[in-house]
Ligand binder design. Structure first.
Ligand code: ADP
Ligand code: MG
Length: 727
């Protein structure tokens, strides 16, 4: 028989054929080691079986019983199928309900013994489980009580006598695709679990002792085959620590590096700043003042600033950024070669870049500041007359050249085209990134790229990042928060609109347009798709243009239009020529259209809460009462309760937190994208563990900056960096 080792190919493990191996490879499992590191995401607790008569609604429970009745029917109104079963264990009867899984009525038959695990609800006086985990139980012993019927007897006690393999004790559940079953993967992991003892623990002994963690081998064994919840907790704690610790080691190393980095100190120009603030058509909020001051204070130092400016949509981050840019642009820049300093503002979309350019040019009207715009399709500057005076008129092509703009402007606004142009700023003292969660780490690094001198870095986001998450993702980042919106804004009235009230919503829209207002309609897709029922921009545009609002001018906006077309449409919308704009999520970030009062979102259940909140933030920017109408493709209770969170909540922070629960940080913060380490198991809300990971990392890097005394850790860090695309 073959000796299994950690690097044994899964093909060599008995019962794994080529087809299964291929499927496993899709999950990233190629060796025995990969299997061990494929962690479950959930456990079904079958260690306690509750009698139906002892159930309590609201609690989770495991019930084992016999199916008395099972049937599937279609619910015509809701366009779905409902499967209902009655189950008894001899003490009472329980109802089990599944939605849209008609095949269950073929799998389970009257008389089958089944083990169920799920939440108990009260269904008109009868206990009910909705969509529980279940497993048919087969008995091998002919004498088992199951075979003997159980007229009134208590049939099962604490899972004894059950032959269930997959519904006994704490049973791990793995994220699976590619037609691998839970049972298959459990079987395979069981085959190799003995190898966990051979795993080399890369965590320094001292760290393990300080934080009181399991050894790696132990943790692996317990994560797959726990005997108790305590086992699971201890294993998770060790494995979470690993992920957090690596992130912290990485950021400690970057911090050490940054210590040797200098940046040009930007003195606070009191007079000019005051002049700018006084020129604004509104009074800054206290929160804006405080944030601006924190930023300016950082920029006065000769160490690079690393600050995150966090503020809900409409809280007025742009103006704060302008104050920072003003000071940077007018800073003499002692260390700089040419005249004054430069600031760059990088944004995620062309539309937003353009809009920022226009509004920032206006804001800096009375100042001698040269501003340039660099996107893929458009390059321009606000100092053309000056160029003409200098006789550069003939060099028209050059004027439009990014190199020229980047070398001659005090403030450059642009998209990631700025990075692709590969032009180096000569006097960059401040780099600002708007809606930073959309950019990967390496893009931020590219902007900040200059030899020994690093610019001050300010990231701005409307998607709030909890302190613990910022710490986990960025090591340590200073955070300024604008926690107050300008006065006088009306609350946006939000409604989840059922399909039968659609016509009414259209009527309402017609009334608003008549009163001079404008409307956004957001759809999840561009093209009509084969995904039945998912609304697309093109389809909705046709419908509204040809049928519903024949008499109104409708526009269509999506990422596949040419930049020129996009601009034209956006301009027509801002000029109130287009009344209704049907769009994909491209309008999500930043776009400012104060005359728009209705945000109508199709397929709202397909977006995250934080994103929906961003959409909603596109209206309510002017003086008029604004509305947000949410249409969902599904009317399941889960969907509705998620969307209702938007109706009840106007706080982006709270919504982002809920989002994290529903969808996880990868989706919400784009951490799944390149450049962010993947957290498979660590909770980004485990503040205590994050803190100890940080402290341990600090200690270790202080002691041995190159990690030369810890070769196993060093090797692990290398692998991890590769995975996170950090090298
Ligand atoms: P966001 O934080 O979402 O980027 P913006 O910077 O785009 O918000 O600001 C939203 C709108 O609020 C802009 O039209 C801006 O001019 C306006 N604004 C910013 N600060 C104030 C303020 N203190 N009082 C009134 N309006 C303000
Ligand atoms: Mg903004």
């Amino acid at each position: 028989m073959l000796m299994l080792t950690l690097s044994t190919d899964i093909m060599k493990i008995s019962r794994v054929g080529a087809a299964t191996a291929k499927k496993l490879k899709k999950l990233g499992i190629a060796t025995a080691r990969d299997l061990l590191f494929y962690f479950p995401f959930r456990y079904d607790d079958f260690s306690e079986v509750t009698l139906i008569r002892d159930l309590r609604s609201g609690a989770r429970a495991n019930v084992v019983g016999r199916i008395e009745l099972i049937q599937s029917k279609r619910s015509p109104r809701k366009r779905m199928s409902v499967t209902e079963a009655l189950v008894t264990d001899g003490t009472d009867v329980m109802k089990v309900i599944w939605f849209n899984q008609p095949f269950i009525a073929r799998n389970l038959r009257v008389g089958d013994r089944v083990s169920f695990s799920g939440k108990i609800e009260d269904d008109y006086g009868v206990f009910a489980m909705k969509s529980p985990a279940y497993e048919k139980i087969f008995k091998k012993s002919p004498n088992s009580p199951l075979r003997q019927g159980y007229g009134g007897q208590v049939p099962f006690v604490k899972g004894e006598n059950m032959d269930a393999v997959h519904t006994q004790g704490l049973v791990p559940n793995y994220h699976l695709t590619a037609n691998i079953t839970q049972k298959q993967i459990r079987f395979l992991i069981k085959r190799v679990i003995g190898l966990s003892e051979k795993i080399n623990d890369w965590l320094p002994e001292e760290t393990r002792e300080n934080v009181r963690l399991l050894s790696l081998g132990d943790a692996i064994k317990k994560i797959h085959f726990p005997k108790s919840q305590k086992d699971i907790d201890a294993a998770k704690r060790r494995l979470s620590f690993d992920e957090l610790f690596l992130t912290q080691i990485q950021s400690q190393m970057i911090r050490e590096d940054a210590k040797s980095c200098v940046s040009a100190p930007v003195p606070f120009l009191e007079k000019e700043t005051k002049k700018f603030v006084d020129s604004l058509p509104f009074k800054l909020t206290d929160a804006q003042r405080k944030a601006a001051w924190e930023i300016l204070r950082d920029m006065r130092k000769d160490r690079p600033m690393a600050r995150l400016l966090q503020g809900d949509v409409g809280s007025g981050k742009t103006v704060v950024a302008c104050i920072a840019m003003l000071n940077a642009a007018l800073s003499g820049g002692q260390a700089l070669r040419r005249g004054s300093g430069q600031a760059v503002l990088m944004v995620p979309t062309e539309i937003l870049a353009k809009q920022h350019y226009d509004s920032i040019c206006k804001l800096f009207n009375g100042f001698d500041i040269k501003i340039g715009l660099v996107t893929r399709s458009e390059k321009k500057v606000n100092y053309e007359s000056e160029i003409m005076n200098k006789g550069l008129k003939s060099k028209k092509t050059k004027k439009h050249n990014s190199l020229f703009i980047i070398h001659n402007s005090n403030i450059v606004i642009g998209t990631h085209a700025l990075i692709q142009e590969n032009v180096e700023f000569e006097n960059l003292v401040l780099a600002i990134i708007d809606e930073q969660h959309r950019f990967g780490v390496e893009q931020r690094a590219a902007l900040a790229r200059t030899d020994a001198r690093a610019p001050h870095l300010l990231s701005m986001t409307a998607t709030p990042i909890p302190r613990s998450l910022a710490l986990a993702l960025y090591g340590d980042l200073d955070v300024s928060v604008i926690n107050e919106t300008p006065k006088g804004r009306k609350k946006i009235i939000t409604r989840v609109v059922p399909e039968e009230k659609r016509e009414k919503a259209y009527e309402f829209i017609r009334g608003q347009v008549k009163a001079g207002r404008q409307v956004f309609v957001i759809c999840p897709l561009i093209d009509i798709s084969d995904k039945l029922g998912v609304k697309s921009v093109k389809e909705e545009f046709e419908k509204l243009d040809k049928k519903v609002f024949k008499d109104l001018k409708i526009g269509m906006l999506h990422g596949r239009l040419k930049p020129k077309e996009k601009d034209g449409i956006m301009r027509d919308f801002l000029d109130n020529k287009i009344k209704i704009l049907v769009s994909t999520s491209v309008v999500e970030v930043g776009v400012d259209a104060p005359n728009a009062t209705i945000m109508m979102i199709e397929g709202a259940d397909r977006f995250g809460l934080a994103q929906l909140h961003q959409f909603r933030g596109r209206v309510g920017r002017g003086e008029h009462q604004s509305y947000c109408f949410l249409f969902a493709d599904s009317d399941s209770e889960k969907t509705l309760s998620r969307l209702r969170a938007l109706v009840d909540n106007n706080d982006g922070f709270a919504l982002a937190k809920m989002d994290l629960k529903f969808r996880g940080p990868g989706e919400v913060y784009g951490t799944a994208q390149k450049g962010f380490p993947e957290m498979k198991i660590a909770s980004l809300f485990d503040y205590e563990l994050i803190k100890s990971a940080k402290e341990e990392a600090e200690k270790l890097i202080k002691k041995d900056g190159g990690l030369d005394g810890y070769p196993a850790l060093k090797e692990k860090l290398g692998e991890w960096r590769k995975k996170a695309h950090l090298e």
